[in-house]
Design a protein. Structure first.
Length: 203
């Protein structure tokens, strides 16, 4: 039986969140790990934008945005209720992460590409979002309350990237609740299971 094809890159946070949704939904896919320098021809034919993740379904439908893949998977099967929370509020969290925070994160991660400001300035820009996360997670275990939602899954891979830029600074930062939340996800069986290594797909 032909499986849906997921073009992925193991360390990409967008691909991580797509893989997690597919995994928790118990949707089997053929994972094709790509090389960023030598992207498969078929992937580029299906999705000329050339970024992962890309999910090619058996009927030929192509989903080329991570959130679309997550929503599709969870609409098929949502055993843990990730879609239970208020949709508008959930999407606002994700929009804030994918917008201003992601832009600041890219500057913080690669300060040599953005020499207009010192790295600490870009970190301070990231902290605006970190502060909102901290406030939410001090009051409740997950971003949308007492239960995991798609917001937690969509956001934590990016916080993982932020924390890795300066591990010492992050470990001593005031974002204690964020650090605990992040650690729990990184150490979770779900995350470990979707981070297994695959050989690079040769097209």
């Amino acid at each position: 039986m032909q499986l849906p094809i997921l073009y992925s890159y193991r360390r990409c946070p967008y691909a991580m969140r797509a893989r997690m949704a597919l995994h928790v939904s118990n949707i089997q896919v053929e994972i094709r790990e790509i090389s960023l320098r030598d992207k498969p021809t078929h992937m580029l034919q299906m999705s000329p934008k050339g970024t992962v993740p890309v999910l090619v379904l058996e009927n030929g439908l192509v989903l080329e945005q991570s959130l679309d893949i997550m929503m599709w998977a969870l609409q098929q099967h949502d055993p843990e209720g990730w879609l239970h929370a208020n949709h508008e509020q959930t999407m606002q969290w994700i929009t804030n992460n994918d917008g201003d925070f992601k832009q600041a994160l890219d500057h913080y991660k690669y300060p040599e590409r953005f020499p207009e400001q010192p790295q600490v300035v870009y970190r301070a820009q990231c902290e605006i979002f970190l502060q909102t996360l901290e406030s939410a997670l001090q009051a409740q275990p997950y971003l949308m309350g007492q239960q995991v939602s798609i917001a937690d899954i969509a956001i934590f891979p990016f916080i993982r990237q932020f924390a890795a830029v300066d591990v010492t600074w992050f470990s001593q930062s005031p974002y204690v609740a964020v650090a605990q939340w992040l650690s729990a996800w990184v150490e979770s069986t779900l995350f470990v299971s979707i981070m297994q290594k695959y050989p690079v797909y040769q097209s």
